[in-house]
Design a protein around this ligand. Structure first.
Ligand code: CMP
Length: 144
């Protein structure tokens, strides 16, 4: 489990928090929990309730979407510095995909309330989340 100083160091390199200054990062770091996952572990499950936003510190994950007919496809891959799990937090709906660790993966997890507090604190962070959503939406449209 990394200490607070280490979490601040990690968060300072995460693009999503690039607009946070050192003081804000220190405060934000208090709210993150460190979670290791073995390769093959399902970190979030499609259809389930979402309570956390995940930032990848090390390792890799893939988002797998299961269709109504039971077929599955990989909709995205995430690596160090990327975030996932924002959608269910934003609209309070179920997880849109399962996210699975494809190698041993360490994540920092922020709970819904603290994620919203971070978005309210730094509008540029909220804009970055919106930009990621727009990219993800565009990518889905391209598959239709
Ligand atoms: P959420 O729905 O909370 O949980 C699953 C996560 O997978 C989702 O948030 C996104 O972070 C991610 N995800 C789902 N679908 C896509 C997609 N098409 N492109 C990129 N990421 C996705």
């Amino acid at each position: 489990m990394p200490g607070r100083e280490k979490i601040v160091e990690i968060l300072a390199k995460v693009p999503l928090f690039q607009h946070f200054d050192q003081r804000q990062l220190k405060r934000l770091a208090e709210h993150f929990a460190d979670r290791p996952f073995e390769a093959g572990k399902e970190i979030v499950t499609q259809g389930k309730e979402g309570i956390g936003l995940f930032i990848i510190v090390s390792g890799r994950t893939e988002a797998v979407r299961e269709r109504m007919d039971g077929t599955k496809s990989i909709v995205n891959e995430f690596g160090p510095g990327d975030f996932f799990g924002e959608m269910a937090l934003l609209d309070d709906g179920p997880r849109t995909a399962s996210v699975v660790a494809t190698e041993p993966t360490e994540c920092l997890v922020l709970l819904r309330w603290d994620f919203f507090a971070a978005l309210r604190e730094e509008p540029d962070t909220a804009i970055m989340v919106l930009q990621a959503l727009a990219r993800r939406f565009r990518q889905v449209l391209d598959t239709l």
